[in-house]
Design a protein around this ligand. Sequence first.
Ligand code: GDP
Length: 524
Amino acid sequence: MPQSLQDEVARRRTFAIISHPDAGKTTLTEKLLLFGGAIQLAGEVKAKKNRTQSRSDWMKIERERGISVVTSVMTFEYGGNVFNLLDTPGHEDFADDTYRTLTAVDSAIMVIDAAKGIEPRTLKLFEVCRLRDIPIITFVNKMDRESRDPFEILDEVEEKLALDTAPVTWPIGRAKTFSGTYHLAQSAVRLGDADAGRTPVNGPEADSAAGLLPENERDGFIEEVNLAREACRPFDRDAYLEGHLTPVFFGSALRNHGVRDLIDALAEFAPRPRAQEADLRKVEATETGMTAFVFKIQANMDPNHRDRIAFARVCSGTLERGMKAKLVRTGKAVTLSAPQFFFAHQRQTADSAFAGDVVGIPNHGTLRIGDTLTDGEALVFRGVPNFAPEILRRVRLMDAMKGKKLTEALAQMAEEGVVQLFIPEDGSPSIVGVVGALQLDVLKARLEAEYALPVDFESARFSVCRWISSDDRAALDGFIAKQRAAIARDLDGDPVFLAENGFSLNYEAERAPAISFEAVKDYQ
Ligand code: GDP
């Protein structure tokens, strides 16, 4: 194996930030990008978001509601490492998009508001990370404001998330007196993120760090530091990598405190691109054969061209511009003529990408979420999940003549992951399924703007949907024939059973023991 491939893999860190809205994810993202020199001024991430939003109609929805619907990737370099930060939509209505994005990261930063602690979205996203064994670094943000006691925050993480904590830095002061971070193991102070290094301080009691504080807070600080050293767990890298322990950093993204500690931690101990499970075998990141999977499709990044970008995470080998990749789902070759990297400001043609990198592949509908690309091997990556939707609606077309066009448009939207599409066996109008109601707004706006198809949604009678399968083919066929009015096919032609409610689902499931009813389906 060429040494350079191993080196390239070793310096990559692919991660996401998980948090409850308002905890400071955007601010932290900006500050992280500043370190990579990816942007010049803080504030540009938001500014850029707004520009993008104003470009296309459907994005008006997110602008009006002040939310970010778009998941994207931002690549930057710092201290010899390449960081790929995968952004996730903050609004819970786009949760399935977030879950898919989390399949493409190797670690996550959990941002907690120091005054609010663990909030519902944080908890939910943490659970997804835990299911996927994604190690987490915790950043307790907004220490420049009135906050909870740091020990109380650590306790809450331990209790609510059943996760061990190891404070790595400790806040020097709080709110108005917050003036830097103290590294517990190194007995060193960092005054702010402009500080490239940490200044060692004399004595284990952190006396000189305390000197930064008003006199009446000094003793308290020294006591806290001593207690943190005695009572808290020391950082244990293996426990972190296994997802049992989170190192905790305190800071203020807005006031430039603690962000450098965080990025240094990512470089120092966050995992490099990990091996990925495929159907046939596990794929190591340093293998020479190229493999990648698509976890996100984004349309209309450039409305003038109606382009469609598939975001693919490289899992092994080198993805090279111009290469012919095998799209395993169809067995056909796809020429990767213009793969792209995304930076805060611009896209750039990607000549070569390595494990951990995320490239955008422009295409006109060839690629779907969950697709595997390889340089020849017929393996398929597992684990880009499809969740049973929680809202089901029939799509009612205003102009009945355009039925065929609607079917095509809905299939496109479903391939992009905007909604899930179910075609009823009995020939009745298509049913779309979503996790959150805002997805329906996006669908409606896009159908109108891009396909000139005004639609409405009506209640579908059904509210629950499960993928059905069975080892006993005859039993499955029998069930489908008997339940025809409640059977539909998804985008892949796989059958789903639609029920009016949980009660009737259980009722039917009990009467059909040979059939399994699944709430989650892996793509492919
Ligand atoms: P997001 O919703 O998680 O992306 O949060 P934002 O980054 O947009 O931050 C939400 C609000 O909190 C904004 O008004 C920020 O300026 C503010 N904020 C973020 N970080 C800090 C911080 O460290 N200290 C203070 N005082 N405010 C912050």
